[in-house]
Each structure stands twice: as structure tokens, then as C-alpha cells.
Design a protein around this ligand. Structure first.
Ligand SMILES: [Zn+2]
Length: 94
């Protein structure tokens, strides 16, 4: 069994860095400014959010957008207005 590609994947990290380097000024979830000088673990610091969550079948190399750490974790597995229950659906059966 091979280990699935994770967030420590080299190519993924490169993509996150590229997104960070763009210095997009706003969080795509709440629309407020992102302070790129904050430490990476800060709740209002930069994170790369998957437009299509990986837990819903989104690819590790799928589209990324900048988000606050707090917003990213609040959004969790929800996409837009989809009902919360979809997070408990196995993407393999959709
Ligand atoms: Zn935000």
C-alpha cells in the first residue's frame, strides 16, 4: 500500500509557496485582509485553502486560494451552500 500524497508533498508545498508569493491581499472566504507578516500558526495568518476540499474528493494539486487559518478551519469540508451532510458522504459513491 502506497502512502497517499499528503500536505508535506514537495510539489504541493511548492504550489502553496507560489500562492503565498502572489501576496493576494484578501481571504477568499471572509474577504478581509490577510497579513502576510504574521507567523504561519497565527489564526489570521495565511493558509492555502483547497477550493474543492480533499475530503470531498478534491485533488491535492487542485485549485488553491488564500484564506485565514481561522476561516479555513471554520469552512472545514463545506463547499458553498451544500448541506453539511455531504461531508459524511463517501466521494467514491457520488
Ligand atoms: Zn478570512
Amino acid at each position: 500500500m502506497t502512502k497517499p500524497r499528503g500536505l508535506d508533498d514537495h510539489e504541493y508545498r511548492k504550489r502553496v509557496k507560489a500562492l503565498r508569493d502572489l501576496r493576494i491581499p484578501r481571504c477568499w472566504i471572509c474577504g478581509r485582509a490577510i497579513d502576510y507578516t504574521l507567523p504561519p500558526r497565527h489564526t489570521m495568518g495565511f493558509t492555502a485553502d483547497h477550493v474543492e476540499p480533499r475530503s470531498l474528493g478534491g485533488d491535492l494539486y487542485g485549485e488553491l486560494r488564500p484564506a485565514h487559518r481561522a476561516c479555513n478551519s471554520r469552512r472545514g469540508n463545506r463547499v458553498g451552500r451544500r448541506p453539511k451532510t455531504i461531508a459524511f458522504t463517501d466521494p467514491g459513491v457520488l
